[in-house]
Design a protein around this ligand. Structure first.
Ligand code: C2E
Ligand code: MG
Ligand code: MG
Ligand code: MG
Length: 291
C-alpha cells in the first residue's frame, strides 16, 4: 500500500492505489479485529444554531490502522457494507455513542447525538427493536438519539425500509436525511421518509458565497424543507461568509470546521463545558463592534 503523511504527521492511507481484492480482504480482517479490540473510536462534531446554541453532536467513526495510519471512513464503510460487517460496525458505533451519551448525561450535559446508519442497517431484520433495546439498556431516552440516513435506504425494498423507519420514529428516535442534494434526490423520497431534519450536502454549501447557482439551490432546499416542517442543517461550513449567507437564507443550524471539526470524546466534553449555556460564538461576532 501507499501512505502519505497529513498535516499532523499521522500517516494517511491512500485508498485509490489498492482497490485489489487481497488488500480489501486484509483491511476487512483488520477492521473486524479492530472492532473486537475496541480500536475504532468515535469523534463528535457539533451542530450549532445561529444563536450559538448547540443543537446536537454527530458521531463520526475514526480508525487508525496500526500500519496504514488513518483510514478514511468512506473507505472502510464501503468495505464493511459490501462484506456483511456493517451491522457489526453499526452495533459498535451505537453502543459506543449511547455509552457516551449516558456518561455526558450523568455529568449534566444533555446533548443529543446523531449516528450515521447505512442502508444495510435499515434492512437488517429487527433493527428498530434492537435500537430501542439498546437505548433502554443505557437508560438513554429515545429523544437523545438521532439517526442519519440517506435516500439510498429506498433503493432496495422501500416498503421494508419505510416500516423500519416508522418503527424507529414510533420509539421516539429522530431521523435526519443526510447528504441531501447528491445522487438521485427526489421529492418522492422526502414524502416517504419520516425525517424531521434535512442536511444539505457540503458540495452545495462549500461555494455558496461565490456561486449564485449553489446559493439558489440552497435557498430552494431550505424553503422546501421548511414547507414540509423539517429543520435544515448545512454541512461543511468553513467560513464566516458562508455562515452569514446560510443565516440569511433561513437555514436552522450549521456544522463545519468554522465551528469545530469532529473531536475525540474528552475534547468534546471540554468543548461543551466551555460553551456552557452561552453557546458557541463566532470569533468575528465575539469582537467588539468597530467604533
Ligand atoms: P457525513 O455523515 O456526511 O459526515 C460529514 C463528513 O464531512 C465527515 O467526514 C466530516 O468530518 C466532514 N466535515 C465536517 N465538517 C467539514 C468541513 O467544514 N469541511 C470539510 N471539508 N469536511 C467536513 P468523515 O468523518 O470522513 O465521514 C465521511 C462519511 O463517512 C460520513 O459522511 C458518513 O457518511 C460516513 N460515516 C462516518 N462515520 C460513520 C458511522 O459511524 N457509520 C456509518 N454508517 N457511516 C459513517
Ligand atoms: Mg452524517
Ligand atoms: Mg452528510
Ligand atoms: Mg456528506
Amino acid at each position: 500500500y501507499q501512505a502519505k503523511r497529513d498535516r499532523t504527521g499521522v500517516e494517511v492511507y491512500e485508498s485509490k492505489r489498492d482497490s485489489n481484492t487481497p488488500d480489501r480482504l486484509g483491511l476487512l480482517g483488520d477492521l473486524r479485529r479492530a472492532l473486537d479490540a475496541h480500536e475504532v473510536e468515535l469523534h463528535y462534531q457539533p451542530k450549532v444554531r445561529f444563536d450559538g446554541q448547540v443543537a446536537g453532536l454527530e458521531a463520526l467513526v475514526r480508525w487508525v490502522h496500526p500500519e496504514r495510519g488513518k483510514v478514511p471512513p468512506d473507505e472502510f464503510i464501503a468495505i464493511a457494507e459490501s462484506s456483511g460487517l456493517m451491522p457489526h460496525l453499526t452495533e459498535y458505533v451505537l453502543e459506543t455513542a449511547l455509552g457516551q451519551v449516558a456518561e455526558w448525561r450523568s455529568q449534566g450535559l444533555f446533548v443529543p447525538v446523531a449516528v450515521n446508519v447505512s442502508p444495510r442497517d435499515v434492512h437488517t431484520p429487527g433493527f428498530a427493536g434492537s435500537v430501542a433495546a439498546r437505548l433502554a439498556r443505557h437508560g438513554v431516552p429515545a429523544g437523545a438519539l438521532q439517526l442519519e440516513i440517506t435516500e439510498h435506504v429506498l433503493l432496495e425494498d422501500p416498503q421494508r425500509a419505510a416500516d423500519t423507519l416508522a418503527g424507529l420514529t414510533g420509539h421516539g428516535v429522530k431521523m435526519s436525511l443526510d447528504d441531501f442534494g447528491t445522487g438521485y434526490s427526489s421529492l418522492v423520497h422526502l414524502r416517504r421518509l419520516p425525517v424531521s431534519e434535512l442536511k444539505i450536502d457540503r458540495s452545495f454549501v462549500a461555494r455558496l458565497a461565490v456561486d449564485a447557482e449553489d446559493a439558489e439551490i440552497v435557498r430552494c432546499t431550505v424553503d422546501l424543507a421548511h414547507s414540509l416542517g423539517l429543520l435544515v442543517v448545512a454541512e461543511g461550513v468553513e467560513d464566516d461568509e458562508t455562515w452569514e449567507r446560510l443565516r440569511d437564507l433561513g437555514c436552522d443550524a450549521v456544522q463545519g470546521w468554522l465551528v469545530a471539526a469532529a473531536m475525540p470524546p474528552e475534547e468534546t466534553t471540554a468543548w461543551l463545558r466551555a460553551r456552557g449555556s452561552r453557546g458557541w460564538q463566532r470569533p468575528a461576532a465575539a469582537l467588539p463592534a468597530a467604533a
